[in-house]
Design a protein around this ligand. Structure first.
Ligand code: 13P
Ligand code: SF4
Length: 303
């Protein structure tokens, strides 16, 4: 019996569901019950009633958010090595330092943070709702981190003063996209629409036709009349884009745009995770309670 079938059988036996982020390996996306961006996956976890186990095929902070949002469920991260480097970049000390300098400024943290940082924030945001979250404050100055590029995008859209915390936070995968490469691709494919993730730099934002979260990019590709797209985000998204739009063409703006943390989850690891019910994601309730409040405030914002 092939591994996919073994996973499907075990999933049924254990009353489990598998969630996967848009950047996961193609075969992992195909075995999942639901594939989405970070906010969609969180919503799915909050709405989940029947499953006893949730196998979260993504990176650490996403699985942590799931465990925080639905503490009744057992959330499994198939591979503990699936750690988003950006999520480590915003420490509690940095938040406290910035609060000391700007005591009146609200602290907005990107969901790509560890639970301890969320616990020290006023509200969370994802790339799908960061603009609306920041707009929801009357304050003109906002402490925002850890992604400096998303912060610059939000500043541009809202006109607010965004103080990046830390000053230098970034996603190593999205930094690989260079404006020169996109310029060359645009010359070769003048009819193509350029779609990028806000984690790309502001130089890339300037030359994009559409900027959005991974699922917003999928939605845009489906609804757009364009037949060809240049893509500025992790290459795993191509699987879903091609599957949902077989008649359209998708060109990655940089061939090596791979997030190794997302690709560490394999079918073998998903099977082992389900079989041995490992690795159970646990967040101490003292931290989870505050982080949950910050995440729930985000869900109250219309986006
Ligand atoms: P999305 O919420 O757009 O899926 O982004 C998550 C992420 O980690 C992008 O690098
Ligand atoms: Fe983190 Fe970047 Fe990977 Fe997203 S693509 S999970 S921000 S390292």
């Amino acid at each position: 019996m092939d591994l996919t079938q073994k996973i499907l059988d075990l999933k049924k036996e254990k009353k489990a569901i598998i969630l996967a982020h848009n950047y996961e390996r193609s075969e992992v996306q195909d075995v999942a019950d639901y594939v989405g961006d970070s906010i969609e996956l969180s919503r799915k976890v909050m709405d989940e009633k029947d499953a006893e186990l949730i196998v979260f095929s993504a990176v650490d902070f996403m699985a942590e958010s799931a465990a925080i949002l639905n503490p009744q469920k057992k959330v499994l991260l198939p591979c503990t090595g699936a750690r988003c480097p950006m999520a480590q970049m915003l420490t509690v000390d940095e938040i406290k330092r910035a609060k000391g300098l700007y005591p009146k400024a609200p602290v907005v943290v990107y969901v790509n943070t560890l639970a301890v940082a969320k616990a020290y924030s006023d509200i969370c945001c994802t790339s799908a709702n960061a603009v609306q979250v920041v707009q929801s404050f009357d304050a003109d100055t906002i402490l925002f981190g850890p992604d400096r590029n998303l912060g610059e995008y939000v500043a541009e859209k809202t006109g607010k003063k965004i103080i990046p915390i830390p000053e230098w936070g970034f996603c190593p995968t999205h930094l690989l996209f260079q404006p020169e490469d996109i310029a060359v691709l645009k010359l070769q494919h003048p009819d193509a629409t350029v779609m990028v993730h806000p984690e790309c730099t502001s130089e890339i934002h300037k030359i994009a036709d559409f900027i959005g979260s991974t699922s917003k990019m999928c939605k845009y590709a489906k609804e757009s009349n364009s037949k060809k797209f240049i893509i500025g985000t992790e290459e795993g998204i191509l699987h879903r884009l091609k599957k949902e739009n077989p008649q359209k063409e998708f060109i990655i703006a940089y061939d090596g745009a791979i997030c190794p943390n997302m690709k560490i989850t394999t079918l073998e690891r998903i099977y082992a995770s389900l079989n041995e019910e490992k690795h159970h994601v646990k967040v101490p309730e003292s931290v989870a309670k505050k982080a949950r409040a910050s995440l729930e405030r985000m869900f109250e914002i219309k986006s």
